[in-house]
Design a binder for this molecule. Sequence first.
Ligand SMILES: Nc1ncnc2c1ncn2[C@@H]1O[C@H](COP(=O)(O)OP(=O)(O)OP(=O)(O)O)[C@@H](O)[C@H]1O
Length: 593
Amino acid sequence: MKVFKDLGWFFRQEKSSYIFGVVMLILVALMELIPPQIIGRVIDGITMETLTPRGLAIFIGILLAAAVLTYIFRYYWRILIFGASNRLGRILRERMYNKFSYMSPYFYQERRTGDLMAHATNDIRAVQMTAGAGILTIADSIITGGAVLITMAITISPELTLIAMIPLPFMVVLTSYYGTLLNRGFRKAQAAFSELNDKSQESIAGIKVTKTFGYEKSDQEDFKALSDDVVEKNLKVSKVDALFDPTIMLVIGASYFLSIIFGAQMVLSDEITLGQLITFTTYLGMMVWPLLALGWFFNLVQRGRASYERIEEIMQTENDIGQEYMIEDAPDGDIEFNIGAFNFPGNGETALRDVSFEINKGYTVGIVGRTGSGKSALIRLLLREFDTNNPEDITYGGAALRDYNIGNLRAQFGYVPQDHFLFSTTIRDNIAFADPDLDDEVIHEAARLANIHEDILGFPDGYDTVVGERGVSLSGGQKQRISIARALITDPEVLILDDSLSAVDAQTEVTILENISRVRHGKTNIITAHRMSAVSKADQIIVMDRGTIVERGTHNELLARGGWYHDTYSQQALRQSLTEELDDLVKGDEGDE
Ligand SMILES: Nc1ncnc2c1ncn2[C@@H]1O[C@H](COP(=O)(O)OP(=O)(O)OP(=O)(O)O)[C@@H](O)[C@H]1O
C-alpha cells in the first residue's frame, strides 16, 4: 500500500472528490442490496400464497426507483473519482515536464529520450490508474462486499454467512502473493518498454543514415529483438495476471458449495425459508464483483507502485548545476577564464587544463584548434551547462559565474550551438524564439544580418514557411544562418558562435562577420571555428590543443609566430584561392559554350 502513502499529498488535495465519490459508491452498494430482498419476498409471497397484485406493483416500483438511483450514483462516482485521477495524471505530467526543462545536459547525456518518454506516458498512466480504478476497486470491494456480508448475516443467517466466508482468507493470501510477483514483473516490463521506445525514437531520427548504409534489415532485426523482449516480459506479467481471476472464482465456487450444503440443511430443519436461501445465494453471486475487485486492486496497486518508483527516481535526481546565487543583477563586464583542470562528469580524461585568458567587454575573441581540443568545452562552461570544481575558475564582471542568477547569466548570451536546432514551426517563430511578439521589421533585420533574408523570401510561404519534420527541408547553411539570426535578434551582451559558420561558403562568412562587427559596437563576441578566416579579424585569437592554450595573439602576431595557426591559415588560404580559380575556370568554360 506504499503507493497510497506516497500519493497521500494528492488524496488530501482531492479530499472532497474522493469523499463524495466514495459516498456515491456506498449509495450504489445500498441500492444493489434491494433487488435480492425483493426477489426473496416475492418468492416467499408466491409459495405462501400471500402475494397480492398491489403488493407486486409496490415491489416493482421499488425496483424501478432503485435502478434509477443506482444509475445516477454510478454516473457521479465516475465523474468524481476518475476526474480526480485524471487531474493526478496532469499534475505528474507537468511536474515531470518541468523537471525535464530544468535539468542540465548531463542528465540528458545519462538518460535516453525514449526512456524519458516512457516515464512521461506509460508510468504516469499506471499511477493514474491506481488513483482512479485502484480507489474504485478497494472502496467497492469493501463497501459492496461488506454491505452484502452484513445483510446476509442480519437478514438471513450469521452462521451461514460465516460458513460462506471460510474460503476468503485463502484468497487474500494468494492475491497479495501474486501482487508481489506482479510488481517485479511489471517493473521489468516497463523497463523493456523504455528500451523499445528509445529504439523507435533513435531509428526514426537516424533513418537517413540507416538507409544510406542499407542497414534497414539489421535495424528491423534489432527492433524485433527488443519488441520480442517487451512481449516476453509482458507475457510473464500476464501469466501472473491470469492467476487472479481463477483463484477468485475458485474461492467463490467453494463458498457456493458450502452455502448450498449447509443452507439446504437449514431449510430442511426450518431454520430459514427456501426464499431466504435463494436470497442468500443471490447475495453470494453479488460477492463475485467485490472479490474480483479486490484482486484487481492488488494488481493495480503493484503496477502503480512500480511506476511511481520509476517516476520518483527521475524526480529525485538533483540538477548537477547549482541554482543558488548571491547577485540578483545581470552580469556585465570582462570575462576571465582561469581553469586549472576540468573533466566532464563521467569522463575521467581531462578536457581542459591550465586555461587562462581574458575576454574584455566589447572585444571579439576567436578560439581555434584541432577537433576535440576543448573549444566547445570552454563555451559550455561559460553557459553553465557544466560547472568546474572551483567557482573562481570563470568570472564575469569580477564575480564567479555561479554567483549570478543562472537565468540572468544566460540571458546575457546569444548562443549559436554547433549542433544548431530548429523547431518544427515557422521560420519567423524560429528567429523570434526569444520574444514571439517582436515586430516583423526587427525579425527581417536579424535575418538580413545573418544573410538569410533573401533565401527566406524565396521559400514558398516566406517567413511563414514551416521548417523541420512538418515542413521544408533546409540546407545546413540555411539552418545555421537562421540560428544566427535567432541569436542576434536579442542584441545580446555576448554573442557566441560555436563553429556556426562551418556550413556557409567563404563569401557568406565574410558578409555575416562584417555585419556582426558593424552592428555590435561595445558588445562582446566569441567565435570558435575550424576555418581561420572566421577569426582572422578578432582582437585576440586563442589556439587550443588537447585542452590547453598553445598559441595566442592577433592574426598578424600568430602568422608571424609561424606555429599551428600560421600553417593552418596558409593551407586554408591556398585551398580557398585554388577553389576560386577552379570556379572561375568552370564559369569561363560555361561562358564559351
Ligand atoms: N559531454 C561530454 N562528456 C564527456 N566528454 C566530453 C563531452 N563533451 C566533450 N567531451 C570531450 O572533451 C574534449 C573536448 O571536447 P570539445 O567538444 O570541447 O572539443 P572541440 O574543440 O569543441 O571539438 P570540435 O572542434 O570537434 O567541436 C573531447 O575529448 C571530447 O571527447
